[in-house]
Design a binder for this molecule. Structure first.
Ligand SMILES: Nc1ncnc2c1ncn2[C@@H]1O[C@H](COP(=O)(O)OP(=O)(O)OP(=O)(O)O)[C@@H](O)[C@H]1O
Ligand SMILES: [Mg+2]
Length: 436
């Protein structure tokens, strides 16, 4: 044991102990999620250096240094990270979005920090490489094939069958998810996808471009599994029940914890461990998406990043007491995870969607919601006055607000969330067409 007075004397001689830093690579797009991730690092005593395309205003007071770089440019980003490592004692590096998984793995390897292998990171980013690596799991996966055009799609459907889903292998944020219900759906879907899976539509398509995966359409209730993998050990924190919109599968609501019975949780946990191990994910948060039906868990995909949609920032902490973003930092730095639940509450959210394209004016009907104690937060996701569009023209603008609620019972939570679409209405002034 080092005597306390020695430590105090040493501090006096050497000044305050230099702060260690965590290197953040970009922030989540949703401001409130980005804020929670920065605050978590601060609570744990770390400073933050941020490498990214831009730094939002709210983040500036919480970031010790921001280094602007095009994070799609791997070499420039690696050089910038190396340079930052000369000035800061980096305890870890963390990504918060899908597109940065491979870059963060490369930075970790380069700087000798904790991270996952480049092979695992590629599997995290490419929906086809991911499923290929998991073929040994058999019936957990949908039937699937890689296609690049209409002829290949037709051929692949002999094996995959209809109904099916076709989507870009490198997509995230539900950009370009097309259901194929009958033969007539193939051509329009591929035409649309040719316009979507391009870097000029969205930079997420810079890497894998016009490469698609076609999958058997999975029936059942949708869920996600939230967890961490650290030193190869997989920890499931909770399971989320999820509802998506028809037909483009944008998220509508999330509820934590899932209402499935405990036997089902056991199977979900066991399969999740097989999937994370099979992919070789390590030292990261993960968010696994699946359907639960007659055949048990059927796997959609897994992301090697923190859960978005306020699941990590709000729903998990409200429902379980686990500080999700503190654990995102811990898993990057190697500090022991703290995943004990200290409560059993139901937490959930419901998104408010614009019903048409145009100028988003406001969300009406929020007063009644704000007056009820069970509603914990209301977030505007786009400022009033923003032009919004609907899918398939745009996949990211239909969602204008989110309402978070909590209740001790699941039925109570559902009653609260059911009020949201009934009462909270996005007012949108339609764009006036030329000549009208
Ligand atoms: N094979 C499938 N069967 C049924 N539904 C599917 C299938 N694949 C995708 N979906 C639906 O589309 C949604 C988005 O698919 P996926 O997660 O692969 O795309 P994504 O672009 O990564 O979206 P996100 O970032 O929102 O998770 C799923 O959550 C699910 O609702
Ligand atoms: Mg997904």
């Amino acid at each position: 044991m080092v005597p306390l007075d020695f430590l105090i004397r040493q501090c006096r001689l050497e000044g305050p102990v230099a702060k260690r830093h965590v290197l953040f690579v970009n922030l989540r797009r949703i401001q409130r999620e980005g804020l929670e991730s920065l605050l978590a690092a601060r609570r744990l005593g770390y400073g933050v250096v941020l490498l990214g395309r831009s730094v939002p205003e709210f983040a500036k007071p919480l970031v010790d240094e921001f280094r602007q770089v095009d994070t799609y440019d791997r070499e420039a980003s690696l050089a910038a990270a190396r340079d930052l490592a000369k000035s800061y004692d980096l305890a870890g590096v963390a990504n918060f979005t899908e597109v940065d998984v491979q870059l963060v793995a490369a930075i970790a390897a380069d700087l000798g920090l904790r991270g996952m292998s480049e092979t695992a990171a590629l599997r995290a980013r490419n929906k086809y490489a991911m499923k290929e690596a998991l073929r040994h799991l058999g019936g957990v996966l949908p039937r699937f094939a890689r296609v690049t055009g209409l002829d290949e799609l037709r051929k692949a459907l002999d094996e995959v069958g209809l109904p099916a889903v076709v989507k870009p292998t490198g997509a995230s944020g539900s950009k370009g998810i097309f259901e194929l219900r009958g033969p007539a759906d193939l051509e329009p879907a591929m035409e649309r996808l040719a316009g979507i899976a391009r870097p000029d539509f969205d930079p997420v398509f810079r890497q894998f471009g016009a490469e698609f995966i076609v999958e058997e359409f999975l029936e059942g209730d949708e869920l996600s599994v939230e967890g961490f993998v650290s030193d190869g050990e997989v920890h499931v924190v909770t399971v989320t029940d999820k509802v998506t919109s028809v037909p483009y599968h944008l998220e509508l609501s999330h509820k934590v914890p899932s209402a499935l019975p405990s036997d089902d949780w056991a199977e979900i946990t066991a399969t999740t461990k097989d999937i994370v191990a099979g992919l070789g994910f390590d030292h990261c948060a993960f968010h696994l998406e699946a359907k639960w039906g007659e055949q048990g868990l059927r796997f959609i995909e897994i992301a090697a990043r923190p859960a978005g949609d306020y699941i990590g920032s709000h729903l998990v902490p409200l429902a379980t007491g686990v500080d999700y973003f503190e654990n995102v930092i811990r898993v990057a730095t190697g500090d022991p995870l703290r995943l004990e639940h200290d409560r059993q509450v139901n937490a959930g959210l419901r998104f408010v969607l614009a019903e048409r394209a145009g100028r988003f004016e406001e969300v009406g009907g929020l007063q009644g919601i704000c007056e009820q104690a069970g509603f914990d937060h209301v977030f505007y996701e786009v400022p009033a006055g923003t032009e919004v569009a609907l899918p398939p023209e745009n996949f990211g603008q239909q969602r204008v607000a989110a309402v978070v609620a909590r209740h001790v019972t699941r039925a109570g939570l559902e009653a609260l969330l059911d009020r949201v679409p009934a009462e909270a209405v996005a007012r949108v002034t339609p764009a006036v067409a030329d000549g009208e």
